[in-house]
Design a binder for this molecule. Structure first.
Ligand code: ADP
Ligand code: MG
Length: 240
């Protein structure tokens, strides 16, 4: 383990659902204090890649390292302790619990400092602080997504993995979600994200990987990929 190792380093990862592999020999890295994006057409295997990294499905080849430590094949609940928080596409919060109770649950693996961490996160998510006693099932979709992000952050993870955080939300929330993601990045987290709006995603990404048919196709700074019309037309598809 070296201090200059990327927060997350994935090498030659192959995974699927029992049939032929959905992603094959995919390699990516994500650094702290940066937004790293995975873009590519629908069905390219972006979500599958995130699930294989986050321990929801077991890779059949390749490796995943967090801060230089091999965590390949660890189940999700163990990966949380190794510093990987994964927020799935459908925000899974406990509907009957309040915002604060949800955050308490998110901090279950912390040894101490749950209350302090909640206060830090309330600074990052002022909209949650204002309604901390409300039950999750009374929140709007946007607020629920914010809660899911905050809950993932309760363990102070070096790596935060987000699968389409703005999916299903009104367009007005998309800007807000990016604002929060930028704020999370500024706390030295390595953010690995898939989003539906490719143009917006590339604008925010210090580094982006284009995944096509389950394989690495190309990579580069988000803005650079965005400026390359051929890249956009061939691999990213029509931009929204
Ligand atoms: N739970 C699953 N079981 C079997 N096949 C799946 C499952 N989830 C996704 N797939 C298949 O894996 C491929 C990639 O899907 P996915 O990773 O969701 O792509 P993306 O996120 O890029 O749209 C698709 O062909 C999809 O049908
Ligand atoms: Mg997906």
């Amino acid at each position: 383990m070296t201090s200059d190792a990327p927060a997350l380093e994935v090498v030659g990862l192959t995974a699927g659902y029992g049939g032929p592999p959905v992603i094959e020999s995919v390699s990516i890295a994500a650094n702290r204090g940066a937004i790293t994006a995975i873009v590519g057409p629908n069905g390219a295997g972006k979500s599958t890649l995130l699930k294989a990294i986050a321990g929801l499905i077991r890779p059949t080849a390749g490796s995943v390292k967090v801060l230089g430590v091999d965590v390949t094949g660890l189940p999700a609940e163990k990966l949380v302790r190794k510093g990987v928080a994964y927020v799935p596409q459908v925000a899974n919060v406990f509907p009957e619990l309040t915002i604060r109770e949800n955050l308490d649950m998110g901090g279950y693996s912390r040894k101490a400092g749950v209350r302090e961490r909640i206060e830090q996160l309330f600074k990052l998510f002022p909209d949650l602080a204002a309604s901390s006693h409300r039950r999750a099932n009374t929140l709007s979709g946007g607020q629920r997504t914010m809660l899911a992000l905050a809950r993932g952050l309760m363990v102070d993870p070096p790596v935060l993995i987000l699968d389409e955080p703005s999916a299903g939300l009104a367009p007005k929330f998309q800007g807000l979600i990016w604002e929060r993601i930028e704020a999370i990045k500024a706390t030295n987290v390595a953010v690995l994200v898939i989003e539906q709006n490719t143009r917006e995603t590339l604008r925010h990404a210090q580094w982006a990987y284009v995944l096509v048919l389950g394989q690495n196709r190309l990579e580069g700074p988000g803005q650079k990929l965005l400026d390359d019309e051929e890249v956009v037309n061939l691999y990213v598809g029509r931009l929204s």
